[in-house]
Design a protein around this ligand. Structure first.
Ligand code: HEC
Ligand code: HEC
Length: 356
């Protein structure tokens, strides 16, 4: 009897210790910062303000393979808003990237040529600050905004054109012929269309109270937002949402932790890939659930959230990130603080005095 009991008792003891261990661990201590410490910590982690002047902009964002000039930017802007780039001349880039609406369309999934929906149910990301990203698209397949611009023009569910058709249409327009000649030695080509649009997108940077705080104005953001900023740094959100654009710098796995705790039985027994419905079935780069980390500048204005636009409420999006990306059940107060911080990322498109 004794021989039989002891292994049972030992196993029961071991299991109970394992199960109670998480409760006995000390709670993660969150560091408190003064305003200056908060600013310096952010700056040292590459969370930088956006440039105020055209000169600074060029230093940060010019593309050596497609130098920005004011004429090129002006041409790109005209193309961005011109429906000539879509087969039935009804859609322009701004149809899905409305600059006054946070640079996206506020729809769960993009709708293009003749009402066709994105086949993977993908949500339109913002074009604002997108030029600061290290890779474009939800799976990071384009290296910059110039390369990216060729995608929507050709996608049958977006603008549904071919490069040759774009070129022949533009060549039939005397004004475009002249404008392209002024900017490019080889005039109208599909590559040059992409270059002009890309140059314009490089000017679509926004600035708001967050930038002013980083530049030294302690009163630019509220106490609540500062607490949220500190949480954003302390909890590790900034590990992925970083850089000048507060995102867009890397591809990361999502969800990183499928279940937040060993007690979340519902989660362990479910086969769902995401904490929301997998509408569209998109699984990121190489189907590995690797996604280009979204840009959080202006995020308050880009609902719905996530690659398939499954979540409407920013608070819900933040809770999901807490649980699945950093392994913390955020309290209501913490969520409110983080959202107050995210609001400081709202900004206006900077007027770089491009003379138009
Ligand atoms: C029908 C809606 C639609 C149109 C029209 C459209 N886009 Fe998009 N855009 C999207 C969607 C959806 C994505 C994400 C697609 C993906 O990841 O595969 C996207 C992605 C982007 C991105 C990448 C942003 C990032 O952070 O990854 C940029 C930049 C962009 N579009 C610019 C443009 C430009 C320039 C045009 C015009 C030439 C354009 N878009 C036309 C819907 C649209
Ligand atoms: C390990 C990397 C990682 C960490 C850490 C992380 N995120 Fe994210 N975040 C992502 C990825 C990847 C997505 C996009 C997932 C998708 O769309 O399927 C995302 C999406 C978001 C979105 C939705 C944005 C949109 O436009 O759809 C918000 C808001 C957000 N994160 C906030 C946070 C906050 C707040 C924290 C800290 C509590 C955090 N993230 C931590 C990688 C991360």
């Amino acid at each position: 009897m004794k021989k039989f009991l002891s292994p049972v008792i030992i196993s029961v003891l071991v299991i109970s210790v394992i199960l109670t261990l998480p409760f006995m661990l000390p709670k993660r201590k969150l560091k408190k910062y003064s305003d200056e410490e908060l600013r310096q910590t952010a700056l040292s982690r590459n969370m930088l303000p956006n440039p105020k002047t055209y000169k600074e902009l060029l230093k940060i964002i010019d593309n050596p393979e497609n130098h920005m000039t004011k004429k090129k930017i002006k041409l790109g802007k005209k193309l961005f808003f011109d429906t000539i780039l879509s087969r039935d001349k009804t859609i322009n880039c701004a149809s899905c990237h409305i600059l006054s609406e946070g640079g996206d369309d506020n729809l769960p999934t993009a709708v293009g040529f003749k009402g066709r929906k994105n086949p993977s149910h993908l949500n339109s990301p913002t074009v604002l600050n997108a030029a600061l990203a290290k890779a474009e698209f939800w799976n990071g397949r384009a290296k910059n905004v110039e390369e990216q611009a060729g995608g929507p023009i050709q996608a049958h569910f977006e603008m549904n054109m071919t490069p040759n058709y774009v070129v022949s249409r533009l060549k039939n327009d005397a004004t475009y012929v002249q404008e392209f000649q002024k900017v490019f030695t080889n005039g109208i080509t599909f590559e040059n269309v992409k270059k002009a649009v890309g140059a314009y997108e490089r000017t679509l940077l926004t600035r708001g109270s967050y930038d002013r705080f980083l530049e030294g104005d302690n009163n630019a953001i509220s106490q609540e937002a500062k607490k949220g900023f500190a949480l954003f740094i302390n909890l590790g959100c900034k590990g992925c949402h970083t850089g000048r654009s507060v995102g867009g710098q890397s591809l990361q796995r999502f969800p990183l932790r499928r279940c937040s705790s060993i007690y979340d039985l519902k989660c362990w027994f479910s086969s769902d890939k995401f904490p929301f419905k997998n509408t569209g079935g998109f699984l990121g780069k190489n189907d590995m659930q690797l996604f280009r980390v979204p840009i959080l500048r202006n995020v308050i204005r880009t609902s719905p959230y996530f690659h398939n636009g499954a979540i409407k409420d920013i608070k819900e999006a933040v809770k999901i990130m807490g649980k699945h990306q950093v392994g913390v059940e955020l309290t209501k107060k913490q969520v409110d603080e983080i959202v107050a911080f995210l609001k400081t990322l709202n900004g206006k498109i900077v007027d770089y005095k491009l003379g138009d």
